[in-house]
Design a protein around this ligand. Sequence first.
Ligand code: CUK
Ligand code: CUA
Length: 667
Amino acid sequence: MRRLIAIMFLVAALAMLLTACNDDEPEPTATATTAPVSVEGGGLPADALEVANARGLTPQDIRAALKTYVPSGKMDEYYLFTSGGQSGSVIVIGVPSMRILKNIAVFTPESWQGYGYGEVGSEAVLDGGNVDGTKIRMGDTHHPALSETNGDYDGQWLFINDKASARVAVVDLRDFETKQIVKDPNLISNHGSAFVPPNTEYVIQSSQYGTPLGWEYAPISEYKEKYRGLITMYKFDREKGRIDLENSFSIEIPPYWQDLCDAGKLVSDGWAFCNSFNTELATGGVESGNPPFEAGVSQRDMDYMHIFNWKKAAEVAEQAGKTEVMNGMRVIRIPTAVEEGILFLAPEPKSPHGVDVTPDGKYLTVAGKLDPHVTIYSFDKIMKAIEGGNWTKDEFGIPVLDFDEVMLTQVELGLGPLHTQYDGQGNAYTSLFLDSAIAKWSLGGEDPAGYKLLEKLPVQYNVGHIAAAEGDTVSPDGQYLVALNKWSVDRFLSVGPLKPQNEQLLDIGSDTMSVIYDMPMGIGEPHYAQMIKADKIKAWEVYPETGWDPIAQAPSEFATLAGEERIERDGNNVTIFMTSIRSHLTPEHVTLNQGDNVTWHITNIETAPDATHGFDLGGQNLSLSIEPGETATFQFVAEHDGTYAYYCTEFCSALHLEMMGYMFVEP
Ligand code: CUK
Ligand code: CUA
């Protein structure tokens, strides 16, 4: 009975709260039953309690449900962009509902979007990431980075790395499609990527596993001499919306197995920071009686944070004789980086994973996954230590700053600290992988005593990254935090041995944290995510003009309007100009000769939002998704004679099944 009263009280209180915050919502337009609930008006359904009890819901469950439920027709407050790990994609989710809005194919073909299934534009994007001519159609996406202006997400671009083959991709947030993939010509794996400085002048990437530059062959016995890491600063051309490889450059670094990076902001803008976890230079070989990597890389109590001045490096890269061009990329070698005061190291305990700059840019949190503490560094102290010159050198000649000079304090949080986010109200949140918990702790500014563990909340289970609302900006929102849990174990209906990940939504807007939603992520392994206010994204409803090339983001030279449909033949080169509109494809008959080279353009001449037409042609490895206004192109050689049906793959209208045609290939 007491529980029932508690539930009743809570439902009533929340109902009041809901009406209070919904003042600015548009008036409901449907029937009277859609009016907002109010306690006085008695708008609460009579059976609400009955439902709660029948489903065994606790007051906390009801609160969580009310916090996350987004009614049909209402919109989420935030977009969450999570990487899909080895699915090679980026997954877009609405917060707080945690509804999946879209899977953006990036490094991996995806037939629903018509990405990489014969459409010339997207095939070219994927081919941009080929490695030595090998088509790579797998990607391991880890860290999405939203473009920033003055340290704030601007909602224009999204960058994402592929750890497996050291590539970075650019997604345009006007249409949520991948526009470019670039391959680092000197690295074969990356990890500290993608990160951007406050004005997105560059996209930052650091290596993970040391390899000889250009991944040339060198025996592992020459690890120290020949193997290296790299920081690559990919120049981003906002005007073109592309990474400009010609104006990009790299900085050579030791083969320390760099991990995560973060860019400075405000006071620390111009600098960036990357962790490392194999300063032991372990080379493995367990099968020959050597210590295995996991032990070899964990011997030292301290590893090194790489501290580099990318603004100065960009100037140095422009000067004659200061770089070496390797496979077309300018590389600042270690001695030059040291001489120019670009590169420093600072000790950090012990095999750290994340480094995260505070919103004011003044402090850095390093989480050592084999150390129960987080270590807080002061940027000001780092600058003073650099000026002071009281450093030693590592075995590659790079200055190593004195730990006590740069470290501000350490906070003991628990087991396996990995990644940290901030809420803009002076609090930090760190994921504890081994504890399966989120630690909330306070930032103390210059006062070491102000850094304190406040609260720990269990999550389910093995949490990796966490993402707070606007978490990497100079002014985070707090309010929501998503825990990207690696294991879901007992949280969902079983779907066999491969289980989904668990993205848990936490309410961090109240005094104590609480889990308010469990979202199974069954289409990829999210590593990192970023959460942006929904109103910052200005996505197009339809393409701006009929006959649009979405890769160039400009009118297509192959645009075909109604009445312009035709088939042109020049010897055995045949070009088809087709239109699609509810509910026909024009032309409906295409007659070819066996052996013809066929180029086929289709323009979706619809102007209504959501009026997408797909296209498939039996016998070809083809799938197009042609959005309203888009012109898509595919090419093939008509090798086999026969009669083929082509059709629209998207159920677009009542007469969708009639939206078809025949292709005849005459022997
Ligand atoms: S990583 Cu996966 S949990 Cu690649 Cu940033 Cu930490
Ligand atoms: Cu167009 Cu179905």
